[in-house]
Write a protein that binds this ligand. Structure first.
Ligand SMILES: NC(=O)c1ccc[n+]([C@@H]2O[C@H](COP(=O)([O-])OP(=O)(O)OC[C@H]3O[C@@H](n4cnc5c(N)ncnc54)[C@H](O)[C@@H]3O)[C@@H](O)[C@H]2O)c1
Length: 277
């Protein structure tokens, strides 16, 4: 998909952070943007920002863990714009910072319900509309750099596992949808400024219990310093990748050595296997 002007985009988790940045960039590029978030007021605020800047936007409340909520969003967006060209399945949570021993089953269930099944349900809900727009159709899922390397210097095991799952799912989706004229990319950002931990705690359903604070869970140790990218810088990177139909959308080129180390170790394991004995 090359010409974005006049196309219709949906951004889940668009009410803050990376999703907000992406939605604003799409609006400035001439797309009609449906900003969807479990916090409807945040989605509406971002839609207002886009409209104040001269763009066209709709803010709606949606819970990506609920098929009913997603079906209602699909109907609302169809009534508003008459179709969808671009879906960013971006909503995600960070439910626990702490060792695997500190993760509760509820931490795992909350993480996987949004970060994995939430993306699957979002794609399933919007796929008929995207098929109708093909070949002017593209899906961007949001995983993380932590979906291709676990060495992200933070004890976030459930999050890492969920993001590896998202990358694997997106890889399969890209292969399946290519012949239907729908592109698929997976956004794998390094550290980007956002309130992910706080919004995850605030949005956490009662059924999953209260979220441990990061300091409590990590034993009070401060995280090591990292280069934090402003969320506004992610949108232009995503647009460039969509136009080129790239699969992995990477934001921090300086993290390349982490990936090289991972694949070097994998090749060494092949050497070990080939040596037999
Ligand atoms: N910030 C980072 O450093 C970073 C790095 C890599 C990947 N990511 C990923 O980027 C995505 C966006 O995160 P962010 O950092 O901008 O955090 P954020 O908390 O600012 O944004 C996430 C948004 O998703 C919404 N959301 C949460 N659960 C939802 C649900 N069930 N239904 C609909 N909306 C829901 C939240 O209300 C929030 O507005 C996530 O998938 C996250 O895992 C973030």
């Amino acid at each position: 998909m090359d010409d974005l002007n006049g196309r219709v985009a949906v951004v889940t988790g668009g009410g803050s952070g990376i999703g907000r940045g992406i939605a604003r960039t799409f609006g400035a590029a001439g797309m009609a943007v449906a900003v969807a978030d479990i916090r409807q007021s945040s989605a509406e605020a971002v839609a207002s920002e886009i409209e104040s800047a001269g763009g066209r936007a709709l803010g709606i409340g949606v819970d990506v863990t609920s098929e009913e909520s997603l079906a209602a969003a699909v109907r609302e967006i169809d009534n508003w714009a008459g179709g969808v060209n671009l879906l960013c399945a971006n909503a995600g949570v960070l439910a626990r910072v702490g060792s695997l021993a500190q993760h509760t089953l509820s931490d795992w269930e909350y993480t996987l319900s949004v970060n994995v099944l939430g993306i699957v349900k979002t794609v399933d809900a919007f796929l008929p509309a995207l098929r109708a727009s093909a070949p002017d159709a593209h899906i961007v899922t949001t995983a993380s750099l932590g979906g291709i390397v676990s060495e992200v210097r933070a004890p976030i095991g459930a999050y890492i596992a969920s993001k590896y799952a998202t990358v694997g799912y997106s890889e399969m989706l890209r292969a399946e949808l290519a012949e239907q004229g729908i592109g698929v990319s997976v956004l794998c950002p390094g550290v980007v400024a956002s309130d992910l931990m706080a919004t995850s705690a605030a949005n956490r359903p009662d059924a999953f219990g209260e979220q441990a604070s990061p300091h409590q869970a990590a034993g009070g140790a401060p995280p090591p310093p990292v280069k934090v990218m402003p969320a506004e810088e992610v949108g232009p990177i995503v647009i460039r990748a969509i136009r080129a139909n790239r699969f992995l959308v990477l934001t921090h080129p300086q993290t390349r050595p982490l990936v090289e180390d991972r694949f070097r170790a994998m090749l060494e394991d092949f050497d070990f296997a080939a040596a037999g004995g």
